[in-house]
Write a protein that binds this ligand. Structure first.
Ligand code: ADP
Ligand code: ZN
Ligand code: ZN
Length: 681
């Protein structure tokens, strides 16, 4: 019996949200028209009913016809994803070794992951035009003008620009004017910013500049708001889409430009599940859409700097601050020679603070640690408060009083006496933001001290309220964590004090020195951004450390150059490609056993001449305990893979994944693969 030509095209290959790294075949009943790839359908899956995405339409299936199940429903009239994006996201799922159905599930806004209908339901305020008093474009300085000209010169060609501009150099103005020209040509713009900088200030800056509808996407939206923003972008009613990492997946009807601000920022890499880099996918996407992309930063990642050096990216530099501002002046305070008080502050920093505040300025003190003190210890027997579930100490918090693990969030009441010896001699060591806040308030009783960290900004508008106080321009001291480092413009801050620069110098992560340099430069960049010159004081026990010296005397780019040389010598990214296979379990030995098996699989691939690994080399390191071996009551191990060939690494990972999925040991651990890992801890 021969099938009619029409009925031949009735097998759908479908991405279904399941941990299996494959597509599933379904038969399309005659009552449905053949859907385009990128359309959602309902399918039976085991005992459940799930929403999948059509990836391909086929005439035949390898599954025998009595086993193949029928599609239950077709949810969309048109494909939700245009073909070029569907194929890019399929590629991305493969590249990051993530199950395809789960990856596509991540990509869709929550409102479409189930049966939700892809239509815009709007509440009044969701999509607003620009306000009445538009803000005027600034007249650009020469470097800014050259940058804008370069970005808009070839609007219909892929080009990746690294906009490498010192803090306060006016990168935002460059984005805004390149965006304006893109809008004028009838195209849409996608802007990615770190979560923390997607403040109402940023949004209002865009709304004031552009008289076009803007879609905002961040984690605080309801599913409905997010879906609206997604659809408005996809249908072209929103002309600018601003969002955090996951906004990179938003389809645009008329794409014209992608801007990724703070391209070095870790928040662009998803750290669990589908571990994609929004920056790298952004570059891939711009290439497929034949449009320019701008990666902006004052502290570009070593990856991007190398790409700029090699000519893959075009390097646009803004080496001076915009307007009349100048770069801040750096000073190291050697805390071996000049020990700080128990509150972490040296005399020198205090008297400098005094000076700046007396002149009516504001100051910022940076500590990368929340809470009151990181150590609670018994002076008699040496007992310290440790987390029951992690290889970590508990941090003492005072508001309200409790002990907390910053790794698993476990909370405990504060002990009244030592659980080891029943003594009363419990003392704290080290300084967190809370303690520094208390100390500064005692030193400067008449000056407001504003703490900015995750604890102090829990509620939605806490941060805005704090920033509004700073914006009054009255003297104040800001104390906070890296939340203060990103993107803020505090014109009256003239002094930045860094309480302890040392943790980054000796990190277990090979990117530790790079992160340290970025963080210190970004924090320091908050000083002296307007007329008054800024000063940066860095307290350190290692004032002669070469990295630190290079950073303060020659600046970020000099240190980045030195770090690139080190990476090249040690054959680390970006001079090689890396992936980490991680495993964790409650059982202490299961992760290492699993990873040892994985290591053997890879070694066997290398031995068989026809095998995936061929004769090319893969450097294996491990299995080794993760820098923090036990976290949230799970033991964690990792196996690192490195290669000079990205393709080769890819094919090894793909084979490895297939084998591991069949491996009996995989049920005893939680395992994951992280391609181009950012965080090794
Ligand atoms: P960046 O993002 O590079 O750190 P911003 O874009 O925040 O810097 O700009 C820093 C400050 O300089 C802002 O107050 C901005 O308004 C101002 N600025 C930017 N470009 C110019 C210009 N061409 N002339 C005068 N001021 C400018
Ligand atoms: Zn004790
Ligand atoms: Zn813990």
């Amino acid at each position: 019996m021969s099938a009619s030509p029409e009925s031949q095209h009735r097998i759908l290959r479908v991405a279904v949200p399941s941990p299996l790294r494959r597509l599933f075949d379904y038969r399309l009943p005659d009552s449905f028209e053949t859907p385009q790839p990128g359309t959602r359908i309902r399918v039976p899956f085991g005992s459940r009913e799930l929403t999948g995405i059509v990836v391909d339409v086929s005439v035949s299936s390898d599954v025998s016809s009595d086993k193949i199940k029928d599609v239950l429903d077709v949810l969309d009239e048109e494909a939700l994803l245009p073909p070029h994006l569907l194929s890019l996201w399929l590629w991305a799922a493969q590249y990051y070794q993530h199950p395809i159905g789960e990856a596509l599930h991540t990509i869709l806004p929550a409102g479409l992951r189930n049966k939700g209908v892809a239509t815009i339901k709007r509440r009044k305020s969701d999509l607003r035009d620009g306000q009445d008093q538009p803000d005027q474009p600034l007249s650009l300085n020469t470097m800014q003008q050259q940058a804008v000209n370069a970005i808009v010169a070839e609007p219909q060609r892929f080009n990746c620009f690294l906009l490498d501009g010192v803090t306060g150099s006016g990168k935002t103005e460059v984005y805004l004017q390149a965006i304006q020209q893109t809008l004028d040509r009838g195209r849409q713009v996608l802007v990615l910013v770190p979560e923390i900088s997607l403040t109402p200030q940023t949004v209002s800056r865009f709304r004031q500049r552009f008289k076009v509808p803007i879609a905002i996407m961040h984690s605080g939206l309801t599913p409905r708001q997010r879906l609206n923003a997604w659809l408005e972008s996809a249908q072209g009613s929103a002309r600018i889409t601003i969002g955090t990492r996951s906004a990179i997946f938003t389809p645009l009807a008329d794409p014209g430009l992608i801007v990724i601000d703070e391209e070095h920022d870790n928040s662009l890499k998803q750290q669990d599940g589908f571990r994609y880099s929004a920056r790298d996918l952004g570059v891939m996407r711009a290439r497929r859409e034949s449009i320019p992309i701008v990666l902006g930063s004052a502290t570009p990642s070593l990856e991007s700097l190398l790409n700029a050096r090699s000519g893959r990216y075009r390097h646009l530099r803004l080496t001076e601050r915009a307007g009349s501002a100048t770069m801040p002046h750096y000073m190291l305070i050697d805390t071996q020679r000049q020990p700080p008080a128990p509150d972490g502050l040296t005399q020198e920093l205090l008297s400098c603070l005094q000076d700046h505040l007396r002149r009516g300025n504001q100051a910022l003190i940076f500590i990368n640690r929340r809470g009151f003190a990181p150590v609670l210890q018994c002076q008699d027997c040496g007992w310290t408060a440790e987390c029951r579930d992690c290889d970590a100490r508990l941090t003492l918090h005072r508001h309200p009083p409790h002990l907390r693990c910053h790794h698993c969030d476990r909370r405990e009441p504060v002990h009244s006496h030592c659980p080891g010896c029943q003594g009363k001699a419990l003392t704290t060591t080290g300084v967190g933001t809370e303690r520094c806040e208390v100390a500064l308030q005692q030193h400067f009783p008449d000056i407001p001290v504003l703490r900015v960290d995750r604890d102090a900004t829990r509620r939605k508008d806490d941060l805005d309220k704090l920033l509004a106080k700073v914006a009054t321009g009255e003297p104040c001291i800001l104390v906070g964590t890296q939340m203060l480092a990103k993107g803020h413009h505090f014109p009256n801050v003239t002094l930045v004090g860094i309480l302890d620069a040392d943790s980054g110098l000796f990190s277990a992560d090979f990117r530790g020195p790079e992160f340290m340099a970025q963080l210190l430069t970004q924090v320091s960049g908050r000083a002296g951004r307007a007329e008054q010159p800024g000063q940066v004081m860095i307290q350190t026990r290692h004032s002669s450390h070469q990295h630190l010296r290079t950073l303060v005397t020659e600046g970020y780019h000099a240190l980045a150059g030195a770090l690139l040389e080190e990476r090249q010598l040690s054959d680390m990214p970006p001079f090689s490609y890396m992936a980490v296979l991680r495993a964790e379990a409650i059982n202490a030995s299961a992760p290492a056993r699993f990873l040892n098996d994985a290591r053997q699989m890879i070694e066997q691939m290398h031995q068989s001449p026809s095998g995936a690994a061929g004769r090319l080399k893969i450097q294996l390191n491990g299995p080794l305990p993760a820098p923090m071996e036990r976290k949230a009551n799970r033991f964690r191990q990792q196996l690192t893979l490195r290669s000079h060939s990205r393709q080769h690494l890819q094919s090894v990972l793909t084979h490895l994944c297939n084998e591991l999925e069949q491996h009996p040991g995989q049920r005893r651990v939680r395992w994951s693969i992280d391609v181009d890992p950012q965080d090794m801890i």
